[in-house]
Design a protein around this ligand. Structure first.
Ligand code: NAD
Length: 496
């Protein structure tokens, strides 16, 4: 009998009102059914939003340091269950245990980082231009927030949204990706154990087009915080824009690592391997373009091929495995389609390019590490997000050309340059169009206390994490206190 999992609404676990469910299977082994999850409809969404709305007036008045104490408890529980959560994640998402442990650690870091904000949430005091008048600004919560998340960081991304939302005094509905609902259930169970009051956090499972869309349309949802594809992000922004509701978007990337002729090639090699093939290339910050100076292009390509050939593919639950499967059938079809597109465009397939179906891997969605050489910057494989273990090598002749190629896509999330020249490093920091730039490090490796997000089509100008995330989840309110006992007119009474 399959295990039935449930939504969490107003402090109660329950199935969808319609009774409908969807399956969640292990991408490394299709025969492994993790369980059945509620296929929630608009009626379930209505109930969750009503619960969040009802809980809001009380939650916003809980002192922020108290809300922070609750997050410290959540952080302790995540620590205690780190290994179990990592295994739950690997089973439903596929990435290797070393990486899912990192994903859980990011959630733990986020809990402790945001909990501390409960004793800050600083506003400003500033002199008034008028006598006997006091001026300050404070943060106010927004209300009911919808958090819609992707499957590639099943724990970290929900924590990045949910903890800042709660510390600012909002109540939330989490709609996790349909490929990773189990991690979300375990996360919310731990929130419940930590004492989050009923209605403050609600969990609704279901398909994006149905459950997600119902949440986005709901007039009582005051903010939608979305991480996912640019296509869906655009649709959500259009709906929210029409109603003037707040929306923050973290979307795709086409990240590049530049390797100059003066780079430490061994270091650049390690960075490229981790950036391109870590999480099977399914990170928004994955390295999908390697922009290499012509003097070292051949050598670095040979080094990369020698190492990529040896990457051990298999179930992420096997500690010796280095690369797990793609998330699902559609993802593998998409990656395969791009291999054909690259070949038609005239790129040279150096290694990989096909499914990996040896032994037990025949039951999963495995794909070989793939490298294209002779890639022109304008080719589709160098422009569009593939979201798989595919690296495109682009040769350049100068630093200026490298920056131009790196900047020449619609996206602007992460970027990296390997060089020993401090002048080049600083010019890259100045001229690269991206939300994140690494010097002598791969394109992946964000830390929770720095702003995270991108420019151009990677988002709509917000930054999660860092101190900037609180600007997403709160409204600024300016307050003036006039204790002069008379009407004072700004810009009028104090002008000669
Ligand atoms: P996706 O856009 O298909 O889905 C993301 C979430 O949105 C899921 O929960 C899905 O159910 C929901 N959804 C889908 N259609 C919807 C709709 N019409 N209305 C409301 N919700 C809807 O993305 P994905 O395949 O899960 O994730 C991969 C994408 O996410 C990649 O493009 C990747 O770059 C991006 N991503 C970005 C970041 C970042 O911080 N910039 C981080 C991780 C992933």
């Amino acid at each position: 009998m399959p295990v039935h999992f449930r939504n969490y609404i107003d402090g109660h676990w329950a199935g969808a009102l319609s009774g409908r469910t969807f399956e969640n299977r292990n991408p490394a082994d299709r025969n492994d059914l993790i369980g059945l999850f509620p296929a929630s409809g608009a009626d379930d969404v209505d109930r969750a939003v009503a619960a969040a709305k009802q809980a809001f007036p009380r939650w916003r008045l809980v002192p922020a340091p108290k809300r922070g104490e609750m997050l410290y408890r959540v952080g302790e529980l995540l620590k205690k269950h780190k290994e179990e959560l990592a295994r739950v994640e690997t089973r439903e998402m596929g990435k290797i245990l070393k990486e899912t442990r990192g994903d859980v650690q990011e959630g733990i870091d986020c809990a402790f980082y945001v909990a501390g904000e409960g004793r800050r949430l600083f506003g400003e005091t500033t002199p008034s231009e008028l006598p006997d008048k006091f001026a300050m600004s404070v943060r106010a919560p927004i209300g009911v927030c919808a958090l819609i998340t992707p499957w590639n960081f099943p724990l970290a991304i929900p924590t990045w949204k949910l903890f800042p939302a709660l510390i600012c005094g909002n109540t939330v509905i989490l709609k996790p990706a349909e490929d990773t609902p189990h991690t979300a259930v375990r996360f919310v169970e731990l929130l419940e154990e930590a004492g989050v009051p009923p209605g403050v956090v609600n969990l609704v499972h279901g398909r994006g087009e149905e459950t997600g869309a119902a949440l986005v349309r709901h007039p009582e949802v005051k903010l939608v915080s979305f991480t996912g594809s640019a296509t869906v992000g655009r649709e959500i922004a259009a709906v929210c824009g029409r109603d003037l509701r707040r929306v923050s978007l973290e979307l795709g990337g086409k990240n590049a690592q530049i390797v100059m002729e003066d780079a430490d090639l061994e270091l650049a090699l390690e960075g490229a391997l981790w950036g391109a093939f870590g999480t099977t290339g399914q990170r928004c910050t994955a390295t999908s373009r390697l922009i290499v100076h012509r003097d070292v292009r051949k050598r670095l390509t040979d080094m990369l091929v020698a190492r990529a050939e040896k990457i051990k593919i298999g179930s992420g639950l096997d500690e010796s495995v280095e690369m797990g499967p793609l998330i699902n059938h559609a993802a593998r079809e998409k990656v395969q389609r791009y291999i054909g597109i690259g070949q038609q465009e005239g790129a040279r397939l150096v290694i990989g390019g096909s499914s990996y179906e040896e032994g037990k891997c025949a039951d999963g969605y495995f794909f070989r590490p793939t490298i294209f050489d002779n890639v022109a910057p304008s080719m589709r494989i160098a422009q569009e997000e593939i979201f798989g273990p595919v690296l495109s090598i682009i040769e350049i002749k100068s630093f200026e050309e490298a920056i131009e190629v790196l900047n020449g896509t619609l996206y602007g999330l992460s970027s990296s340059i390997y060089t020993q020249d401090v002048g080049r490093a600083f010019r890259a920091m100045r001229d690269i169009e991206a939300g994140i730039t690494y010097i002598n490090g791969p394109t992946i490796g964000a830390e929770v206390h720095l702003p995270f997000g991108g420019v151009k089509d990677t988002g709509n100008g917000h930054r999660e994490a860092g101190t900037t995330v609180y600007d997403i989840f709160s409204e600024w309110k300016a307050i003036y206190v006039d204790y002069s006992g008379k009407l004072q007119k700004a810009q009028i009474d104090n002008v000669e």
